[in-house]
Design a protein around this ligand. Sequence first.
Ligand SMILES: CC(C)(COP(=O)(O)OP(=O)(O)OC[C@H]1O[C@@H](n2cnc3c(N)ncnc32)[C@H](O)[C@@H]1OP(=O)(O)O)[C@@H](O)C(=O)NCCC(=O)NCCS
Length: 152
Amino acid sequence: MNSGSKRLGFRLAKEEDRERLFAWRNLPESIAASKDGKKVLRFHHDDWFSKLLKEQPSRKLWIAELQGGEVAVGWIRAEPVEKQYELSWLIDSQFRTQGFGSEMLTFATESLRPYPCRAWIRSTNLSSQKMAQKCGYQSLSREMDFELWQKI
Ligand SMILES: CC(C)(COP(=O)(O)OP(=O)(O)OC[C@H]1O[C@@H](n2cnc3c(N)ncnc32)[C@H](O)[C@@H]1OP(=O)(O)O)[C@@H](O)C(=O)NCCC(=O)NCCS
């Protein structure tokens, strides 16, 4: 259903996103998509987020907003690993299936050029796999329940 038009604005995370990101991280679908499959405790989130803010922009967490910036629809994170970026993402449930996930992944992949990008996606996570495929990623290998998708 993605029209291909650019409808989102992107900015790096800032202090005011701390609560929103904590709530998003502990949604059942975020826990299910994560590698360790566990809820994050408040103090772990606070430590992690404070460190992330200090280490941006080499690490990046972009907030996707509807143009104008009043409404946050999701996030995409890029962690530098072995001269590549490893990505993970979320679109808030009320904004799904409107092409925002694909638009966000396209933005991150283009912004990170010339570095290759990859993402570990659970083999049951069809929407993320479709998103990756649409943005030119390929599934290269599999470890347990996760596939490694890569864009060179
Ligand atoms: C994965 C996620 C970001 C997709 O966001 P979205 O905005 O709905 O994505 P898009 O609208 O761009 O849809 C991408 C594709 O998936 C398809 N899709 C969406 N939901 C689907 C579902 N439940 N089952 C199968 N395909 C689905 C869409 O139809 C679209 O394919 P198309 O372009 O061929 O029509 C969102 O579902 C989400 O946040 N999930 C929870 C977090 C998560 O899984 N993160 C991944 C960690 S790496």
